[in-house]
Ligand binder design. Sequence first.
Ligand code: ADP
Ligand code: MG
Ligand code: ZN
Length: 195
Amino acid sequence: MAGAIEVIVGSMFSGKTEELIRRVKRAQLARQKIQVFKPKIDNRYSTSEITSHSLQKIKATIIDHPSDILNLVNDSTRVVGIDEAQFFDKSIVDVAEKLANRGIRVIAAGLDTDWRGRPFHPMPELMAVAESVTKAYAVCMVCGEQACRTQRISDSSQDILIGALDVYEARCRNCFEAPNEKGELSLIGAQKELT
Ligand code: ADP
Ligand code: MG
Ligand code: ZN
C-alpha cells in the first residue's frame, strides 16, 4: 500500500475527531492494523482514548513527543491516527513524512487556527506536505452559519487553555472576536448569550 498524509482541520466542535475516528474505524473494518496517538497535553474526557464532543471514542496512546510515534509504531501497522496534532512541535511533520514514506497512511487532525484566529503551527506545515486536506466546519454559536473560528469565552490570555464548551465556542468569521494586542477580549457576543 502506498503511504500518504491526510489532514483534517477546522475549529473546535467542527467534527475533526469524529472524522478521524470514522476513517480509522473504516480501516479497521478493512482489517488493517491501526494505531492512534495524541499528545499528553489534552486530558479532556479520557486518558487512553480519543473522544469526540459527541462522545465517540477509540483507543489511543498518549505521547510526549512526535518521535515517540516512530518508536511505538509496529511493523504491521497500516494506518496511524494522530489527534490534536496542533499541540505537537514541528517535528510532527518529519514524523508524518517518515511514516508515509514507509507506506503508512497517516491521518492527522488538529486546529488550523488558534484562539486569536491565527494559523496554529505546525498544522499549516503539515497541510503543505499532505496528499489530502479536509476542512471541517462547526455551527456558529451566535448566528448559526458555518463556523471556522474558535472563540475563547473566558478571559484568560494563556496561549494554551484546555477546555470545551466552558471555555470555547465555534464562531463564523463575522461573529468571531479576536483579542487585542494585550490578549484582551470584550466578549460582547458571549455576554449577550449568557443573559
Ligand atoms: P472537534 O474534534 O473538531 O473539536 P468533535 O469531533 O469532538 O469536534 O465533535 C463534533 C461534535 O460536537 C458534533 O457532532 C456535535 O455533536 C458537537 N457540537 C457541539 N457544539 C457544536 C457546534 N457549535 N457545531 C457543531 N457541532 C457541535
Ligand atoms: Mg477533537
Ligand atoms: Zn456567526
